[in-house]
Design a protein around this ligand. Structure first.
Ligand code: DPN
Ligand code: ZN
Length: 515
């Protein structure tokens, strides 16, 4: 399986020992605990390191990486998606730049499941309707499944209770229900229990339903979704003969993350900074911007900076297919290795064309999501304060697991990050504050082929890249405000007898709707 280059801690290392080791390895003056020391080369206090790194991050470097990602997409059929050659070329690019800068780089492989749809077809007399196969749905027989339509009556069309199906002749039929109230998997199980051969779920708002049953075990009968434009009529078509063909399969694929760590700093209190490197198409805003900001930070910081805590850079694979790279990485660490991580910073979309300036709501104060693990509030504050020092009034954004920080948070690692917005629309108030266009999406080309080099706000990218560089480097000097005594989380875990437990499993739903 996957191997990681990080030294397992076998004994409790003191700061002094780590500093001595880094002196031997680098010839640099020993780091003196969390106290900023004098930089012998420049005579400046080392507390200035974050500022030096941040101001060295510039648009020339950031742009060079974006152009490289665009060229990679252009040469590989317009996509840098996981599983495509454009992803591997993106990995090669990042690895090459890091190695030139003296980093030891690893690209650990991981496996993930993906669901590929082959056929989606729904025939009713005189027409063919658009149907969307749900992820993890079993397939119909090739050529399709023939059966009468069996819609539930209006007052119980949700199909969330067995009584909703009572008296409806669903046996060997294609049951039709409305989206809402319970999960698609629950609707499927109840329909199957009532004897249905397949299930169609009609959307309760406009548009198609790209749904998932959550995992393969929930697949009892074939299930698909319909836009109400097509689907509403089915509620008046009881008994009409139909043919439904849904063919798909789960395949196991492999992808790679890219990992590089400073050779300096203690390895039992590591600052991890990450960005997903995969895309939907060319993915310049999502997430060439985060990948470029991370790469530029690593290159400007260098492989052996005078930090007290090691900084680990991670470019994740297969985020767009369900946060797979980051999830598998965290789960590949044993509990000791998880405890070696002081905090995680995430950069996913940091240069949207109509940018919002968002910071994940680590303290839960915006009421959008639960607070993160202890220390997340301090990370939020550090990011907000640094943006404020550049004249930007940031806003909180949901810390709900929609990006690669999810698994870090799930195992109790304090986390935070920056975000300039995806499909959401900028409000009047935000436009007044940040100078964007109200009523327009932060990224109007989110997950579209047009997410190219023209789809980036470079000012936002620069400001966020510098903020990330500054805050990550500052944590490289001290994580005091986040974890106080870095040993505390380890001792608590030991007291709870958790040190040998693996990470808790989370349902793998990706970003498809489960209900
Ligand atoms: N996870 C992002 C994507 O790659 O599509 C978008 C996103 C990031 C959405 C952060 C919300 C918050
Ligand atoms: Zn995305």
């Amino acid at each position: 399986m996957t191997t990681f280059p990080y030294r397992r801690r076998t004994t409790t290392t003191t700061v002094g020992l780590v500093a001595a080791a880094s002196l031997a390895a680098t010839g640099l003056p020993a780091a003196a605990g969390a106290q900023p020391a004098i930089d012998e080369a420049t005579g400046a206090p080392r507390a200035e390191l974050p500022e030096r790194v941040a101001s060295a991050v510039d648009l020339t470097g950031l742009n060079r990486h974006l152009v490289a990602f665009q060229r990679i997409a252009d040469r590989h059929g317009g996509t840098r998606a996981a599983g495509e050659p454009g992803y591997d070329a993106s990995v090669d690019y990042v690895v090459a730049r890091l190695e030139e800068a003296g980093f030891d780089v690893t690209t650990p492989e991981f496996e993930y499941e993906r669901f590929t749809i082959d056929t989606e077809r729904l025939l009713v007399p005189d027409s063919e309707l658009d149907v969307q196969m749900f992820t993890y749905s079993p397939s119909t027989p090739g050529g399709g499944l023939d059966g009468p339509l069996a819609p539930l009556p209006p007052e119980r069309e949700l199909g969330c209770a067995s009584t909703d199906f009572a008296g409806v002749d669903v046996a060997a039929a294609i049951a039709v229900v409305r989206r809402g109230e319970c999960t698609f998997a629950e609707k499927a199980r109840l329909a199957a229990d009532a004897g249905a051969a397949a299930l169609l779920v009609v959307n309760n708002t406009g548009g198609p339903v790209h749904g998932t049953l959550g995992d393969a075990s929930a697949g009892v009968i074939p299930v698909g979704g319909l836009d109400p434009v097509d689907g509403d009529a089915l509620f008046d078509a009881a008994g009409t003969p139909a043919t439904l063909e849904l063919v798909g399969e789960v395949t196991v694929d492999t992808s790679r993350n890219v990992l590089a760590q400073t050779s300096t700093g203690r390895t039992d209190n590591v600052v991890v900074v990450g960005a997903h490197l995969d895309a939907v198409y060319a993915g310049i805003s999502d997430n060439g911007t985060g990948s470029a900001a991370l790469l530029e930070t690593a290159l400007r910081l260098g492989a052996a900076p005078e930090v007290n805590n090691a900084i680990r850079f991670a470019w994740w694979g297969a985020e767009e297919l369900g946060l797979h790279g980051s999830t598998q990485y965290v789960r590949s660490l044993d509990s000791e290795q998880q405890l070696d991580i002081a905090l995680y910073l995430n950069l996913d979309m940091v240069g949207s064309p109509n940018p919002g300036y968002f910071v994940y709501d680590g303290d839960g104060s915006d009421g959008l999501s639960d607070p993160g693990p202890h220390g997340s509030a301090q990370i939020e504050r550090a990011l907000v304060d640094h943006l404020a020092s550049q004249g930007i009034e940031a806003e909180g954004t949901a810390f709900d697991g929609r990006s690669d920080y999810r698994e870090f948070v799930a195992v109790g690692i304090p986390a935070g990050g920056l975000f300039t917005g995806a499909e959401g629309e900028m409000t009047e108030e935000q436009a007044a504050r940040w100078g964007g266009t109200a009523g327009e999406a932060y990224d109007p080309h989110y997950h579209q082929p047009e997410d190219d080099l023209g789809n980036v706000n470079r000012r936002a990218l620069l400001v966020n890249a510098r903020t990330a560089a500054h805050v990550a480097t500052a944590y490289g000097l001290s994580t005091e405000d986040v974890n106080g005594d870095p040993g505390a989380r380890r001792r608590q875990a030991a007291e709870r007898g958790q040190l040998t437990d693996g990470a808790p499993a989370l349902p793998r739903t990706g970003r498809l709707a489960t209900r």
